[in-house]
Design a protein around this ligand. Structure first.
Ligand SMILES: C[S@@+](CC[C@H](N)C(=O)[O-])C[C@H]1O[C@@H](n2cnc3c(N)ncnc32)[C@H](O)[C@@H]1O
Length: 258
């Protein structure tokens, strides 16, 4: 999968090497300055968002359990001339991997659906943040996981609430390159409703600063979605169709730190 992504227009490595950021425009405003901060990116994939934060002055570390992703991230950092550390490992073991907590922990879109256990994830996230530090999450809105690929008619195909057994499906496609034909494989995903994510973080003593719902999306699951501007990989529901939340972001802080 990483190899398809590295070569895809969707991830646009050429644009990144020319200086483009892969972050959504609102992310730096919402998270606030990362200048001089230590930043850990969980499920960093091959590092585009991690390195975009580095360009904003953070000292970045990315962790992902895919060896191909970590190798591609290291190579990208070198090509871009950006200092960064990329480490192979499972999010659920991250506390043992990084004994020194971070100023900022970050997770970008398309990550939580890979994780079966959100309360345990929240415990790990909280343990990785310094007192006074921040956690910022940007995710696909869980309402999207209920809809099928045909239209935004409210005819849910999947449950909203978390099912611990996950959803099993077979796929030979790829979101970054729909024309890529991969070997058909069985996949599992877990949907996590907003209440579950937010309450799991609060249960760990984190303080929620905001929860925002957005009308933009970083990929195109329905053919009728429109680009928000020419040449971008941000999409929205056209005027005249019911607007639904497509992504959400939240900022939480860890008390203490003076
Ligand atoms: C689809 S990517 C999305 C990440 C990023 N926001 C992006 O768009 O490039 C999800 C990543 O999560 C990683 N991943 C899934 N489960 C993981 C786990 N338990 N520990 C570490 N990485 C994991 C996968 O290897 C993959 O690189």
């Amino acid at each position: 999968m990483t190899l398809v992504h590295v070569e895809s227009e969707f991830y646009d490595i050429a644009g990144f090497l020319k200086g483009n950021s892969t972050l959504h425009d609102f992310e730096p405003d919402e998270l606030g300055s990362v200048e001089g901060c230590s930043l850990l990116h969980l499920q960093c994939h091959f590092g585009l968002d991690t390195l975009s934060w580095a360009r904003r002055g953070a000292r970045v570390t990315g962790v992902d359990f895919s060896p191909n992703s970590i190798a591609a991230a290291k190579s990208l950092a070198e090509r871009a001339g950006i200092e960064a550390s990329f480490v192979e490992g499972n999010v659920y073991n991250a506390r043992e991997m990084f004994p020194t907590p971070f100023d900022v922990v970050y997770t970008g879109i398309g990550a939580l659906n890979w994780l079966p256990d959100i309360p345990e994830w929240a415990r790990v996230v909280s343990s990785l943040i310094k007192p006074g530090g921040r956690f910022y999450l940007l995710e696909i809105h869980p309402i999207l996981s209920m809809l099928d690929d045909e239209d935004i008619v409210f005819n849910p195909a999947w449950p909203y609430f978390h099912n611990p057994s996950g959803i099993e499906f077979e796929d030979d496609g790829d979101y970054a390159d729909p024309s890529a034909k991969l070997t058909k494989r069985k996949m599992f995903e877990w949907s996590h409703h907003l209440g579950e994510v937010v309450s799991s973080l609060l249960d760990q003593g984190l303080e929620l600063k905001f929860l925002h719902e957005h009308d933009v999306l970083a990929y195109k699951p329905w053919p009728f979605l429109e680009q928000t501007a020419p040449g971008t990989t941000r999409f929205k529901v056209p005027e005249g169709k019911p607007q639904i939340p497509l992504e959400y972001s939240l900022l939480a802080t860890k008390p203490g730190g003076g």
